[in-house]
Design a protein around this ligand. Structure first.
Ligand code: DAH
Length: 354
């Protein structure tokens, strides 16, 4: 009996899977299994023999049955364990996000400029990128012989054969929006006009399409002092540090007097730092709006006067964010965009406003 018990319990304990276990069950306690056959022999025993062998066989059968179910449960657990291990999933791992786009430095700086000027009470005005030459040149007192009007510098959109009207131009600056604003709303005016402009130029600091921001303020008693204050306030907010400006006498057909404006900076090891040092960097053109321009815009120059300015958005973006080559702005190279782009549009505010 002990040998029988040892043999079956060991076999059951070693069964590798459920089907091996089932085979063992049939061989041991199935109808023709070894234990069942032994029980059938009880009938041929004497009463005394049966009294000893009967309970022992029954106990053995019970023991084998419970060993079978224990082994079955253990095999089931092990199978589940194995499956869990194979299909293991670490739910605590951070997700793998899809590639996100980024805000282009031009969009970011465009937004910074409009936010800062908005705080000073300037509204945003717009004009078309395909202009008539009257808005782009004549109304701004740019004479027919001016070099800016040459075919070499400006993109013209030629008219159909036989149509003698002057060609349309891709606007060469945002200044035509000055005229459109004057004609649209009359004085007083306080606007900025950010937008795309076009010139036939291509090198490290020039691209055929680029961005400018125009400013125009018209009222009864504005002076260059107001212009200087607005620009210093703007640059200080934009660069996040007090920035001094220097006005140099200049000439633009649409302003009188005209000034080119430089901002205070230092050049250290090829790096430009704005708002410190005693070097100067030219950043924009400006002046008091020429009486002829006011007239073209339907405003009486004896009653109103004002200032205007125009600067390159891309240029001040390069300065603020240390971007070396303008052409890269428009190459759509994703590596560049990831490097210089912003994860979200940041909107600055000027302290206090006006
Ligand atoms: N329109 C000029 C340009 O593109 C920039 C400019 C100069 C704009 C003087 C102005 C200004 O409004 O007053 O070079």
């Amino acid at each position: 009996m002990d040998d029988l018990k040892a043999k079956w319990l060991e076999a059951i304990g070693a069964a590798a899977d459920e089907s091996a276990l089932e085979t063992l069950r049939v061989q041991a306690v199935g109808k023709k299994g070894e234990i069942s056959l032994k029980m059938r022999e009880l009938g041929r025993m004497t009463a005394e023999e049966r009294q000893v062998a009967g309970p022992a066989l029954n106990a053995l059968k019970d023991e084998i049955n419970s060993a079978l179910s224990a082994r079955k449960a253990a095999l089931g657990d092990a199978a589940l364990e194995a499956r869990l291990r194979a299909e293991w999933l670490d739910v605590t791992l951070p997700g793998r996000p899809g590639r996100q786009g980024s805000v282009h430095p031009v969009s970011q700086v465009w937004e910074e400029c409009t936010a800062i000027f908005a705080d000073m009470g300037f509204a945003v005005a717009e004009g078309p990128q395909i202009e008539t030459d009257w808005y782009n040149f004549d109304a701004l007192n740019i004479p027919g012989h001016h070099p800016a009007r040459a075919e070499m510098d400006t993109f013209y959109m030629h008219r159909a054969e036989g149509d003698d009207r002057p060609p349309h131009v891709l606007r060469t600056h945002t200044s035509p929006v000055q005229i459109r604003s004057m004609l649209d709303q009359g004085a007083p005016i306080r606007i900025i006009a950010p937008g795309r402009v076009y010139r036939a130029d291509y090198d490290q600091t020039h691209t055929p399409m680029f961005h400018q921001i125009e400013g125009l303020a018209i009222d009864r008693d504005l002076s260059m002092a107001n212009l200087k204050w607005v620009l210093e306030e703007f640059f200080s907010a934009f660069f996040g540090t007090k920035v001094k400006t220097r006005f140099r006498a200049s000439h633009f057909p649409f302003t009188e007097p005209s000034a080119e404006v430089d901002i205070q900076c230092s050049f250290e090891g090829g790096m430009v730092k704005v708002g410190q040092g005693d070097d100067w960097l030219e950043v924009l053109g400006s002046g008091m709006v020429h009486p002829k321009v006011l007239k073209a815009g339907g405003i009486d120059p004896d009653e109103y006067q004002g200032f205007a300015f125009g600067m390159g958005i891309d240029r001040i973006a390069m300065l603020k964010y240390g971007i070396p080559d303008l052409r890269a702005f428009f190459d759509s190279d994703l590596r560049w965009l990831r490097h210089y782009g912003f994860s979200a549009l940041q909107v600055p505010t000027i302290r206090g406003g006006v």
